[in-house]
Design a protein around this ligand. Structure first.
Ligand SMILES: Cc1cc2nc3c(=O)[nH]c(=O)nc-3n(C[C@H](O)[C@H](O)[C@H](O)COP(=O)(O)O)c2cc1C
Length: 325
């Protein structure tokens, strides 16, 4: 057993969190991780309306009696989602943990904290982590440059970002981005984190509610197979390389700073259901981390979480202690 401030804060058995993932973080995913002793998270905005989210939360309660959370992503969008409605669904659904991401959750902190919800904010820099601490977040998920999804624009990998976060933060944090095995959990704990957050690795599990093609693509991919898109739009995203991503990169090269989001709509808008549910792997760009290079199998969430924790324990007890003279 590895007990940390994060296992205590969220009342979970293992210090392993499943980050919100568009079209992956359904009740099936969140409950499987919760039942494995980690913190599973439903992705709020994958549910089209607050009412849909309320139903997904109710479904998850039927699938687990363990704690789980909901992700609220504040993305730059054309149309602002009904965040107050989603928060109401979370509160009324009895969910006590929210993972925020994208922008600062400051505007919604009074509602969330007023309902007794613990907030873990996911961000990609020390300055944003400090801001999260200042506005009353309970914990931070520090997302390094390796991560699948949006790594921000600073490009600081976790080998530097985590010890920097440890230097500055008073609230607990977890290491996010590139995490997938016990060696990395032990390393994250060494660098001051109180646990890990994983996205990509959890997609390649038996219970992940995505097409088998997606899981197999992750097993087949190496650490060299991700690309960064939307850099010129300052909305960088790490995705798995495929034909659609190649098209985006060619447009970015051709259009340079003139590129607009509307130029790549075919490759990025509304593509997640086609990939995650239909398994059409070239339908568009989808978030994927460099950790793909460390994914070699498709275990159950319980097998994965227990393997990560027992490997980390073994490394801490046997490998690391032998070096102390
Ligand atoms: C397919 C996919 C979709 C994601 N969607 C979201 C999202 O909607 N909101 C969010 O906050 N993070 C999202 N993320 C980021 C993850 O929650 C997590 O921070 C990230 O995957 C960590 O890096 P890793 O993939 O190397 O583990 C997504 C990641 C992936 C792989």
């Amino acid at each position: 057993m590895i007990k940390t401030k994060i296992t205590e804060m969220f009342d979970i058995e293992h210090p392993v969190i499943q980050g919100g993932m568009h079209y992956v973080g359904f009740a099936e995913m969140a409950s499987a991780v919760a039942n494995a002793g980690g913190l599973g998270i439903i992705t709020g905005l994958t549910q089209k309306t607050p009412d849909d989210l309320a139903k997904e939360i109710a479904k998850c309660h039927e699938m687990t009696d363990k704690p789980f959370g909901v992700n609220l992503t504040f993305l730059p969008g054309f149309q602002e989602p009904d965040y107050p409605g989603y928060i109401q669904a979370i509160v009324e659904g009895g969910v006590k943990i929210v993972e925020t991401a994208g922008r600062s959750p400051e505007a919604y902190m009074p509602d969330l904290k007023g309902a007794g919800i613990k907030v873990i904010h996911k961000c990609t820099s020390v300055r944003h982590s400090l801001k999260a601490e200042k506005i009353g977040c309970d914990a931070v998920s520090v997302d390094g440059f390796e991560c699948g999804g949006h790594p921000g624009e600073d490009d600081i990998p976790n080998m530097i970002l985590l010890p920097r976060a440890a230097e500055e933060l008073s609230i607990p944090f977890v290491a996010s981005g590139g995490m997938g095995n016990g060696q990395q959990l032990a390393a994250a704990l060494s660098m001051g984190a109180d646990g890990i957050n994983m996205g990509t690795r959890f997609i390649a599990t038996k219970e992940a509610p995505v097409h088998q093609n997606v899981k197999e693509a992750l097993v087949a991919a190496s650490e060299l197979d991700t690309e960064l898109i939307m850099r010129p739009l300052r909305n960088t995203e790490r995705v798995l390389a495929n034909d659609a991503v190649q098209k985006i990169l060619e447009k970015e090269k051709a259009l340079g700073d003139e590129i607009q989001i509307t130029d790549i709509m075919d490759e990025v808008a509304g593509v997640y259901p086609k990939i995650m549910q239909d398994g059409t792997m070239d339908a568009g760009a989808w978030s994927c981390g460099m950790v793909a290079g460390l994914i070699h199998d498709i275990p159950t969430c319980k097998e994965l979480v227990e393997r990560i924790v027992s490997d980390a324990e073994e490394i801490i007890k046997s490998r690391l202690s032998q070096f102390v003279a």
